[in-house]
Structure formats: C-alpha cells, structure tokens
Write a protein that binds this ligand. Structure first.
Ligand code: SF4
Length: 350
C-alpha cells in the first residue's frame, strides 16, 4: 500500500479519484469501485501498490500487439481489482476480487526479474492498469532505465490526469472496445454508461504523446456484433487515430457469466474485417482464430503477405531491415524489428 497521487479534493471535503473516468468520490474509509483505492484519513492510498497476483512471459503478439517490437518477449503482470465488470471476463478471478491479494514485490525486483528472463518489455495486463497507475509508473520508469519498453493492455477508460501519467513512461497502448463500442452493450455487459471516455483518452494520447496505439474489439455474437457500429468505429479510428492504426477483431468465447453465449462465427469476424478495410484502415486483423489467413499482415500496396502468423507466433516475414515490403518497397507501419522466437514460460509468483 502506498499514497496515490491521482486525485483532487472536492468542495465537500471528499477525495475524487482521477485515475479513471469513474471519478469515484470517497469519504474517509471508503474504497473506490475498483476495490484498490481507499480514502484513509483524508489521503488516497493505492492498496494494491507492490502486490502482483499474476506474472508470466508472453510473446507481444498475445496482447495482441502486432506493429510494435514484433516477436519480443514480454514480462506481463497483473494485480487485483478492475473498474469494469465485464460479464465475460476471462480473468474474473483477479479482476473482480474485492480483497487485495498477491505477492509483495517492488518495481526494481520486477524489472530485474524481467531482465533475468531475457524480456524486452513489461506489460501491465490481466486487469485494468489505470487503477494501479502509480505502481505501473514506478515500474515503468525503472524499466526504461534498463532499456525495457512498457505496454498497457487497457480498457481506455481514462482521464486527462491518467494520460499525463502514462506519458511519463508508456511506449505502447492497446485499447479494447468490446461489442463494437455499442452503447447498449457496454451498459449491459460492461457496466459503463458509454464509450466517450475511451474516445477522449485515445485522442488525448494521440495528440499529446508518441505512444504507439493498437485497437482491439471483442465481437460478441447477437449482442455486440452490429455492422453499422463496426463501420462507425472504423471511421472514428481512421479520422482520429489514422489509417495505419492496427485494429484486431477478436473472437468471443463463453466465460464467467456469459457461458450460455456462442462463440463468434468466423463469418461475422470476416464481415467486420471487410468493413474496416472499406473504411480505409490498412492493417486489420482477426484474432483468436489460429490459422486464419487474416492473422497475417498484408502489404497495403502490393497486397502480398509480409508478416505470417499462426496464433501468437510470427512464422515468417518479408520485410527489409527498415520494415519495407520486400516485394514492392512500401514502408510498413511497424515499429522495431523482429526479435526471433519466444518461450511461453509461466512464472506465477502468487
Ligand atoms: S480508479 Fe478506482 S477509485 Fe479511481 S475512479 Fe476509477 S474505479 Fe474509482
């Protein structure tokens, strides 16, 4: 536990947390919606500071991130709590816990462990990193000192204050829209009023930082798969983040409180891909369908496969050292080079 810094005092003497767009107002003794930020005696504390409940080495493609340091090994960590209540959450055991748990550790210990394991970056994932932003920042600053990069896998429900803190240490951000960002869907299955804070956070980050952005969208059959929503989302990405922003349409699998829903049909994902391409996005992917040809990166100019993938594995690439298409010399919007293979090594430390 440590004092938090993302908060304001209200006129009524409460603490308003500014780490995420819920802006919880807390009287003495109250804990925020996420379960990890508490007003104790008029000061805000981050209860999960220094407590890591899950740690694992992943390929960066598992985040999913396809256009930033591809093929690299990432030291991924998660804590307890979340500011969303996704009814299909695959990590609900840690995200929906309301008692803080996990191994006691420090930013320096975590960074040293990542280096020992030959990782090139740190990922803050499994639960929403904005709710433990001060802890992530301290880890991220240490990571930069050792030449590691930092990734957030986030729901993007941020604030100007959280964006300002992210800009101090973050290199890459992947934001998950869920159900094409449909308002009814996010109200019913996520527990937020609408996606406007996600849009504002992304435009702020795009305008004020050099953080690499990728977008995911979990397509849920029957309730979060409307193609007009998909078109609007693709248009918004094109207009506000640019045509080179990678977009991943992910297949839904039943989990947690949505066990009675079916998996997303592959044709539905393909229809989403078509629409996003028609709206002008250059790098669109289908995810959670290993072996599908739309996992690959295609050159926007000559249309040939330039990065071949199977699931989270990069299995071949046809790029020059400065990430140009080997067939037609088109510059490809990929940052960094290929680091080779990775080992899927589980390191649960709690
Ligand atoms: S981070 Fe937690 S306490 Fe802060 S506003 Fe969001 S849900 Fe509330």
């Amino acid at each position: 536990m440590k004092e938090a810094s993302l908060f304001r005092l209200t006129k009524e003497g409460r603490i308003m947390c500014t780490a995420c767009a819920r802006y919880c107002q807390l009287s003495d003794g109250q804990v925020g919606f996420c379960g990890v930020r508490k007003n104790i005696g008029g000061e805000l504390f981050l209860l999960s500071y220094g407590r890591v409940i899950a740690a694992q080495i992943d390929p960066i493609e598992k985040k999913p991130v396809s256009h930033y340091m591809p093929g690299s090994r990432i030291f991924s960590i998660g804590t307890t709590g979340c500011n969303f209540m996704c009814r299909y959450c695959i990590n609900y055991d840690l995200s929906q816990r309301r008692e803080v748990a996990g191994a006691v550790t420090s930013p320096i210990q975590l960074v040293n462990l990542a280096l020992e394991k030959n990782c090139q970056g740190m990922a803050f994932t499994y639960n929403e990193p904005e709710i433990f932003l001060e802890f992530a920042r301290d880890i991220g600053v240490e990571a930069h000192k050792k030449k590691l990069f930092n990734i957030f896998v986030s729901n993007g429900y941020g604030t100007p204050d959280s964006v300002a803190m992210m800009s101090q240490f973050l290199d890459c951000l992947t934001v998950d829209f869920k159900g094409n960002g449909n308002r009814n869907f996010v109200r019913k299955f996520i527990g937020i009023p609408d996606v406007q804070p996600l849009l504002d956070t992304l435009t702020d980050i795009k305008a004020a930082t050099n953080i690499h952005i990728e977008i995911t969208d979990l397509v849920v059959p029957g309730v979060g798969d409307d193609l007009s929503d998909a078109r609007n989302l693709a248009k918004w990405i094109f207009d506000n983040l640019g045509p080179d922003t990678p977009v991943h349409f992910l297949r839904f699998f039943p989990d947690y409180k949505m066990l009675d829903f079916p998996e997303t049909p592959i044709e539905t994902l393909e229809a989403h891909w078509e629409i996003a391409k028609k709206e002008g996005l250059n790098y669109v992917y289908i995810g959670n369908v290993p072996g599908h040809p739309l996992e690959h990166t295609y050159c926007p100019s000559c249309k040939k496969v330039i990065v071949r993938r199977y699931g989270v594995n990069v299995t071949g690439w046809h790029l020059t050292n400065d990430n140009r298409c080997k067939y037609c010399d088109e510059k490809i919007a990929i940052f960094g080079d290929f680091r080779g293979s990775w080992r899927n090594e589980k390191l649960l430390i709690a």
